[in-house]
Design a protein around this ligand. Sequence first.
Ligand code: APR
Length: 230
Amino acid sequence: MKNIVVLTGAGISAESGINTFRDSGGLWEGHDVMEVASPEGWRKNPQLVLDFYNMRRKDALKAEPNDAHKALVKLSTYFHVEIITQNVDDLHERAGSENILHLHGKLFESRSTLNPRHIYPIEGWELNLGDKCPRGSQLRPNIVWFGEAVPMMEPAAALAAKADIFIVIGTSLQVYPAASLIDYVGADTEVIVIDPNLPAVKKHPLLTLIAEKASTGALRIVDELIEKYK
Ligand code: APR
């Protein structure tokens, strides 16, 4: 059975109504990203950071998985599929996918500000100042912020290295180390990139570029792969 690894970014959730980062003029929902998504921003104004992610959680709760998330579920009935997502939303999970690696953390988790290994689920949308880990420290969103290490990068790179087919959907490939995952795929791996505004991808012997929205592009590619390899 073919081993398919899918790298997803904000573009796969765009048609579910969740805004991407870089399509809105450098601001993220009206904020400078460093104010709401960096350790410095957190030190300066934790209330703003918590409010920001509370809003993102509200948005995510209103959103539903779209045809692109669902197409990847269909893909997994024919192939071994691993999803590496840069997204912090839970739309892949809610569509029914398994084997999902969240490179940049999860919106519906909090973690201790003292020990990153102490992680807790967030029920609903709110995380507030005064919400504490049972060991006493203030909780923060379990998100990988700018300037922070990406602990899941190593397992993600190992997955990319083993892919027979590597599909990239809806990412500008501007943020590292995530963008370098494509460098780990083998020369004999098929690489397929789906994005209406295709990102720059280095030359690869088996590269297919599809300038389409995630929903239609993913459905088409999934049906083509099933037809080709079933
Ligand atoms: N279908 C597919 N792709 C789309 C769609 C769509 N309907 N709409 C927009 N896109 C594409 C854009 O063309 C762009 O290439 O989605 C991509 C979104 O790019 P970014 O906003 O840069 O999002 P992403 O690449 O996921 O960002 C990476 O940056 O701020 C951080 O940590 C955050 O995980 C995030 C990381």
